[in-house]
Design a binder for this molecule. Sequence first.
Ligand SMILES: Cc1cc2nc3c(=O)[nH]c(=O)nc-3n(C[C@H](O)[C@H](O)[C@H](O)COP(=O)(O)OP(=O)(O)OC[C@H]3O[C@@H](n4cnc5c(N)ncnc54)[C@H](O)[C@@H]3O)c2cc1C
Length: 456
Amino acid sequence: MQRRDFIKNTVLTTGAIAFGSCKEKDPYAEREYKGQIAIIGAGAAGLYAGYLLEEKKANYVIYEASDQIGGRIRSLKGFADFDIELGAEKIYGDRSVWYDWAKESGASFIPNNTTDFYQVGSQLLSESQAGSNNDVKAALAVAQQALNYTGADMTLLQLMESAKLAPGVRYITEALVAAKNGTSANRLSVLGVAEQRLARSAGEGEFSLANRSLSAVLEEKCKNVIPKVVLNTQIKRIDYSNQRIMLEDAQAQRRYVDKVILTVPLSVLQSTDLQFTPALPDTKIASIKGIGMGTGIKVVLVFNQRFWDASADSIYTAGVVPEYSASSNGRSTKSFVLTGTVMGEKAEALSALSTSAAIQSLLKDLDGLYGKGVAMGSLTNARLMDWGKDPFIKGAYSYPIVGGGGLLNRQTLSAPVQRRLYFAGEATHYGGHSGTVHGAMESGRRVVEELYRDVT
Ligand SMILES: Cc1cc2nc3c(=O)[nH]c(=O)nc-3n(C[C@H](O)[C@H](O)[C@H](O)COP(=O)(O)OP(=O)(O)OC[C@H]3O[C@@H](n4cnc5c(N)ncnc54)[C@H](O)[C@@H]3O)c2cc1C
């Protein structure tokens, strides 16, 4: 196995979860519930919970704050001759309902015969060239060390410093470990990363769809659920002090239901956007604070020529964008698209710039690598998706922080309140699949099971 595959597989392999695989049989198949259920949020967790409730012929409705379904699965249409993913892009692991859904919907996967490139100084080295560079080798070794870490908790930055990694290649470790986990090296707990990796069990590999977007898969599989989604309905207050739970939206319209499945992003729970009466238990509030979530940016750059290597998969750069994906490879021969992912501190700095200044800074970096004016002169279109600025998402995805309590803390976050409020969404996954689509879906399954377990 090549070093890249080794790292990638180790970083990203996922699987059936410790607390109940997606494919497990429904333990409460015989139970009926006739009360009114409200799901808050129409992302992967909310839609999959709806999908399972639909199968059970339950009485449910989904309230979604924005004007579209999908949450952090969102694709940009009409920008190139294929739909470009602005959020989730890859399917991690081959043992999940999400993977099965993609296959069932007729999606084909892009063959994994590509190469990564790493910036060293002002040069780009291919994977095989980088294999004989000692600094790159050290950066990859520290990434590996982080994934298997068992010592006292520390940040990835502290681990890189203690390993005396050359400053010029630290960005590689940071891109492979911190950015993949949704943040920067100074904020990520290495113990948390290693713990999540150990818990994962969704199978091998990572898969990109060649002929359709993730939104298209979700829309097709959830076609019976989508009519139950009420868009443009931001729930601002949940009053569960009486027998029926009152939900108040941003227009002060009230609804009364019996049970609530919450799937809003962790960042929404961390904000004051959603109020609970009575306040959530102290343990729940502490668990919300024990997990990190910060901004993340996806940048889409469309060019009139391909100036990067035809075999490129990821291009790791020391500049503003740690990792570019050659998104058009395997999807189009007419459009030439690079998408860059930026997380944590670097995303905050980029977010502070105007869109045109941000794009200019990226093009300058690319010109530095590929030749003066090469990127600048061939750009035809650009889009910057700043997830931290999305009013209902407010960030990228959750990550473990030092002293945050790890998976046990996520389990506390996931615990129902009064057998009436159920907590789903990627951040509540305590089997190592947080920050993923299949993890969000598995949390949707968990809450439906909890809800029916509580039906007497
Ligand atoms: C840039 C980026 C890249 C990613 N890449 C990958 C990847 O390659 N592979 C992968 O598996 N995962 C990836 N992820 C993570 C993945 O997208 C998420 O883990 C998953 O989609 C989260 O689903 P969810 O249902 O938990 O939350 P969301 O999708 O965020 O859904 C929550 C919904 O709640 C709504 N909402 C918020 N507040 C309210 C309210 N008060 N009332 C009503 N509705 C509300 C929101 O609008 C949203 O639609 C990526 C994420 C980002 C941002």
